[in-house]
Design a binder for this molecule. Structure first.
Ligand code: CA
Length: 225
């Protein structure tokens, strides 16, 4: 019986152990930089001048980067957002801002311009208009053209606080285009590449439909206050 392993065998075993340790370290460091909630960045999007729902003194800020033309954003608004409102916004723990993303081209731009113009005219009317415009997004063929000046004015006429004549000329003059451009700069700065993207303070939530991850990021942020 051979009592001693050959030197070659020992070298192979040592090599395997080293490789295993390296793999282990790589996995651990990946887990550190990316938690189950999502990627943490050094800062959070500034929300000054952005439509914001909830108590302005709320300790945690949740930002949605969204697009009126994006079907997933509409679904997020009906499936996830009401839970956030109920659990955190109405309880004064979270304030919520929406930043426009123009991934669907001219219609995204028109919808954003309209929403910014509504916000400028009457901040209180913003969220009702926001919801009403999303409600008009067709459930099928969402790529077909539906955000038109006529549609916007039709939606706006259903929101009592909006002066539609004033809105029409604001859209024609592009008077709030600077706000739309400001949002686009934030999209670039925060490397938003899908909509909706949800950020809780400085944490980009990996899966915006994972409400548990959103909750956990909020609870984490609340704990730090
Ligand atoms: Ca904005």
């Amino acid at each position: 019986m051979k009592s001693k392993s050959s030197p070659f065998k020992i070298v192979v075993i040592i090599t395997l152990v080293i490789v295993a340790v390296i793999i282990g370290l790589v996995v651990i460091s990946n887990n550190n930089s990316e938690s189950s909630e999502g990627k943490t960045v050094n800062n959070q999007p500034p929300i000054d001048g952005q439509p914001t729902l909830g108590d302005s003194d709320a300790p945690v800020t949740v930002v949605e980067f969204g697009d009126f033309k994006c079907p997933a954003c509409k679904v997020w608004g009906t499936d996830i957002f009401p839970q956030l409102v109920n659990d955190y916004i109405e309880t004064g723990k979270v304030k919520f801002s929406f930043i426009n993303v123009l991934f669907h081209g001219e219609e995204s731009k028109l919808g954003s311009l309209a929403a910014e113009s509504v916000y400028k005219q009457s901040p209180d009317a913003y969220w009702e208009f926001h919801q009403a415009l999303f409600n008009e997004q067709p459930s099928e063929n969402h790529d077909s053209s539906w955000i038109t000046p006529e549609k916007i004015l039709e939606v706006a006429s259903g929101v009592s606080a909006i002066d539609t004549d004033k809105l029409k000329s604001a859209i024609e003059n592009g008077s709030e285009m600077n706000e739309v451009n400001k949002d686009s700069e934030l999209v670039t700065e925060f490397e938003v590449n899908l909509t909706p993207s949800i950020m809780v303070n400085g944490t980009m939530i990996e899966d915006p439909f994972d409400y548990d991850a959103i909750k956990s990021a909020i609870e984490n942020a609340l704990g730090k206050n």
